[in-house]
Design a protein around this ligand. Sequence first.
Ligand code: FAD
Ligand code: SIN
Length: 550
Amino acid sequence: MIQKKYESDFLVIGSGIAGLSFAIKASRYGTVNIVTKKRDFDSNTNYAQGGIASVIDPGDSFDSHIDDTMKAGGGLGNRKAVEIMVREGPSRIMELVKWGTKFSYASLSRKKKFDLGREGGHSNKRIVHAADLTGREIESALLNKISASRRIKIFENHTAVDLLTEHQLKIKNPYGKIHCHGAYILDNESLRVHIFSANFTLIATGGVGQVYLHTTNPEIATGDGIAMAYRAGASIGDMEFIQFHPTSFYDKRRSGISFLISEAVRGEGGVLINSRGEKFMKDIHPMKDLAPRDIVARTIDRELKRLGDDCVFLDITDRSREFLKKRFPQIYGHCKKAGIDISKDPIPVVPAAHYLCGGIISDNDGRTSVKNLYVSGEAACTGVHGANRLASNSLLEGVVFSHRAFLDMGKIIESRAGRKKIPNFPQWSKEGTFDPKEWIIVNHNIDDVKRVMWDYVGIVRTDMRLEIARKRIIMLAEEIHTVYKRSTISFKIIELRNLATIAKLIIKCALKRKDSIGLHYNSDHPQPYKKLKRVVIRSDHKPRLISNWQ
Ligand code: FAD
Ligand code: SIN
């Protein structure tokens, strides 16, 4: 079988909320190829529980949502981007409804009123949800809509390896700036790497949770898009801000993905208690159990260390079984299978890596620093989350900024400035590579990266832990680079290489920060900088501290 060339007007890498919602719109302007590395619904989006935040309630206001978002982000957020996200949110949500998403309504008799939930850091009820299966509902509505389009083609089990930019040709860019023309894509089954060229490429590859040993994220979350963009020379920012969700289900074996116990459970009255039955959040923050996530996760971490316990507990036993089964069918069922009736027993919970606030830096229209390369969703660093994301703001960010990226590309297409001749990229070369055979080396390296990150680059950091992590990851990354260069290309090798890059980026950004803010807490430097700073890194320069978003 020979390597193929696929051409389309738009190439979308990833089939979560960011990629799919963009593709639906972009198809108005031309053909869209979506590549996705597993099945079409495999995404973080499909796992989202709590919901999507937006100002819907007449008693709520845009200003309140903007303030909550800025406050949760430690003041490091990009105010302009936050305003855009919040103000454009309601229209995007109504669009999701128009496309077939069935959110939960307050009661059957008042059908048109959303049942609004409450989550940490929000001063109003503003979480639109579909019971505790919000992501699955959105994902299936989007896929359904796409299945009716003849202009959109989804390539499942196709993994993006690297972007087609001048760095692949080893030539100077004829247009001045680095320019993206698509990507090399591996067909996971045939193991052929094909060229997918396009006038516009959108990275919508989601987050990086799999770089940690314990995470709520599914297996796809290995930061591929960010690693690819970094190699191609794009600016990357805020990688030190990893959000640990305070409450994932504590399973004694702690293997595989940590099942999430939605913050909405606390929104419905759930209270955190330690093994002595003490309500330990009550004196920590005025919002108690609904304080922003960085604060709750750090407090749990402190309780576990103080008492030498393996988990804390989330108590929602005040609510009736009927209510819990209806409001949280998935959580109720998961706990029941594990032998816990949540209407009678507190749920054992621990923090787990959940969300990346940083990523590929983009402007308010999804543009990256590489021409014709856009980014949206969790892979993007729009600045809306600052140093810590407010709950349920990420589905919102994805859908709002994908819309803006679509509008921006539309303008370029209409002005006919978008089409450039696509250079001839060489076919993928297999020369000098062979089947690694010793898969034990690959598996061992993946485990090592995850463990180093969990033990040394977790909720509470110190200079010494970060320095140890840096040395270990650099050593591992060199070894992984050698394995990558010599091995026949495969899905697993691609992910391993990207995980090593992501680990390096997180550590480098964390080391550059000599302060603590939001999700980055270094006990050797417990105070924030007097003047707020961001960290930006590129493959051709070390991390730099720059002034906050203007
Ligand atoms: P994703 O939905 O993760 O999609 C990424 C896509 O890219 C996938 O299809 C993946 O297969 C594909 N991909 C990745 N790499 C490659 C590659 N190399 N080649 C091809 N394809 C690739 N946020 C909220 O706002 N509200 C919530 O209630 C909420 N609950 C959550 C619960 C859980 C358990 C988790 C894990 C996250 C939750 N989040 C929530 C966060 C939110 O789900 C994500 O931030 C959001 O869905 C990201 O959307 P996305 O489109 O950017 O990426
Ligand atoms: C949750 O349901 O707690 C997750 C919400 C989010 O990550 O935004």
